[in-house]
Design a protein around this ligand. Structure first.
Ligand code: CA
Length: 223
């Protein structure tokens, strides 16, 4: 049985050929587009379950392609980035990507990430629920945070998932690897930075939210 179609938007043919092998072995069909315009077209024609999107593309760059995908679709997007310096941009610009991997990556890890993203996107909580942390109301139905002065802040999808997990475990210290596993859904490969970058973004958007750094361990929300 086919696991579905994955769309790869990537200008390097070698990467495309390699990934096609790995994904086909796992039962996926990999559709390849070598630039953003063709990619957006394929997205419409093929309705893939997930998109793998290179940041450095000729023509429209990957960031912009991601924004355009998001304006039309909720399909999970995993960014492929060649430079460390692009990571903060991917996370910070709220382009709506679900995950990213840094080149060179192992195709097996990428397959694992795709499966994790698919699992998560199919397991979204059915019942809206609100958790209060101090004067903040975190609403999992609307995926937004209501501030004490009633202002509404909408973090990105991943930031919200991280905040929600912290809030569900209010008062407990959670390690970075626990957070990675719970929110990103894969075992810790050495990128604690991912958690730190997302916490930093949350603090920027919600300066008063009581997320505490527990030195040498991880993070805790509330008391
Ligand atoms: Ca490229």
């Amino acid at each position: 049985m086919s696991s579905g179609t994955i769309l790869l938007i990537e200008d390097e043919d070698e990467i495309a050929e390699l990934l096609a092998l790995y994904f086909e072995k796992e039962g996926f069909r990999l559709v390849h587009a070598d630039n953003g315009e063709v990619g957006l077209q394929r997205l419409q024609e093929r309705s893939p379950r997930a998109v793998l999107l290179d940041v450095g593309l000729p023509g429209i760059d990957g960031m912009e392609v991601c924004r355009r995908i998001r304006s039309a679709s909720d399909v999970p997007v995993i960014m492929l980035t060649a430079r460390d310096s692009e990571i903060d941009k991917i996370v910070g610009l709220e382009i709506g990507a679900d995950d990213y991997v840094t080149k060179p990556f192992s195709p097996r890890e990428l397959v694992a990430r795709v499966k994790a993203v698919l699992r998560r996107s199919e397991e979204r909580p059915a019942k809206p629920k609100i958790i209060n942390v101090d004067e903040f109301a975190i609403d999992s139905g609307r995926r937004e945070v209501i501030l004490p002065d009633e202002t509404v802040v909408r973090p990105t999808a991943r930031e919200f998932d991280l905040l929600w997990y912290l809030a569900e475990n209010q008062g407990l210290v959670l390690s970075r690897s626990q957070l990675l596993e719970a929110v990103w859904g894969y075992d810790y490969f050495g990128e604690t930075r991912t958690v730190d970058v997302h916490v930093r973004q949350l603090r920027k958007k919600l300066p008063e939210i009581p997320i505490e750094t527990v030195w040498g361990v991880g993070y805790r929300i509330g008391s």
